[in-house]
Design a protein around this ligand. Structure first.
Ligand code: SAM
Length: 275
């Protein structure tokens, strides 16, 4: 692939998703885009770059961008944010007026494990939350992973990563080598395609936002833009969870670590109550 072709593809992916492809990622383009080359009968990445610059390339540009997302996820990933959530939800519920829904957003939800983990916690806490209604929204740039999340079917490998056996037995039905999430849990989550770079004003406000393991792919100005847009959607006492390798330090002062949390990835809006 010529440097010009790499540049065309990298510029397009960055503009559409925020994902920065370093020059060492040429190998990744070769493997991830091979299917698209085949489907479009293109001889290689130079031909693909040329086609992307032609008219009517929107569907191709979308497919290329989605193919270059990394969709790794697992149930209760890293444990701690979900333990923290168990403590926070009853406090948030107690602070809301009767009948007010708790709203939780898994932004960059990939194949849905994060959103379904939240649903399992809400189900566990149902008595403590006094029947308070809740809404879980999962969004991701990639239509393919959103479709998989909506299906709610996971492989043996996926359910073996992070999901306690009691939860598996309680919330999934085995279908051959695959596991189907229960209709009750499935009904608690709404999945839709959504780009973190878009304006989220129409989504309303959230008690809890998960935006984990996606900012690592963005440059600092994009991280700031995304974090500040999420801060705008977070209720004053709401909580934002980032991935273990992600931080707001040096990026934005709109969000601050929750008092008493050791890691820098459990956050509140600067004006939010501490603790
Ligand atoms: C590594 S996965 C993280 C999934 C989950 N949050 C977790 O921590 O397990 C990153 C996800 O971010 C999504 N993504 C990348 N850029 C995005 C953007 N601009 N808007 C929304 N989702 C994006 C990818 O499609 C991918 O599914």
């Amino acid at each position: 692939m010529s440097p010009a072709a790499f540049n065309t593809i990298a510029t397009l992916v960055r503009a559409r998703s925020g994902i920065v492809l370093g020059e060492d990622k040429g190998y990744m383009l070769d493997t991830r885009l091979s299917g698209i080359l085949r489907e479009n009968r293109l001889s290689g990445l130079d031909a693909l770059a040329a086609k992307l610059q032609g008219v009517g390339a929107e569907p191709l540009a979308r497919a290329v961008t989605e193919a270059l997302t990394t969709n790794e996820s697992s149930f209760f990933r890293d444990g701690k944010p979900f333990d923290h959530l168990r403590g926070v939800l009853p406090k948030l519920a107690a602070a809301r007026s009767p009948g007010q829904r708790l709203r939780i957003w898994s932004a960059a939800c990939s194949t849905g494990q994060e959103a379904y983990s939240v649903a399992m916690i809400l189900s566990d806490l149902a008595a403590q939350l006094g029947g308070r209604p809740a809404e879980i929204l999962g969004t991701d740039l990639s239509r393919e992973v959103v479709a998989r999340a909506q299906e709610g079917v996971f492989t043996q490998f996926e359910v073996q990563r992070g999901l306690p056996i009691q939860m598996l037995v309680k919330h999934f039905r085995q279908d051959g080598t695959r596991w189907q999430i229960s209709p009750a849990l499935r009904a608690m989550v709404r999945f839709e395609q959504g780009n973190l770079l878009d304006n989220h004003a129409g989504r309303g406000s959230f008690d809890v936002i998960f935006c984990r393991n996606v900012l690592i792919y963005f440059d600092a100005p994009t991280k700031r833009r995304v974090l500040e847009a999420l801060a705008d959607r977070l209720l004053p006492d709401g909580v934002l969870y980032l991935g273990g390798a992600e931080t707001v330090l040096g990026i934005t002062e709109r969000l601050v670590p929750v008092t008493g949390e050791r890691g820098p990835h459990v956050l509140r809006g600067r004006q939010g109550a501490a603790g």
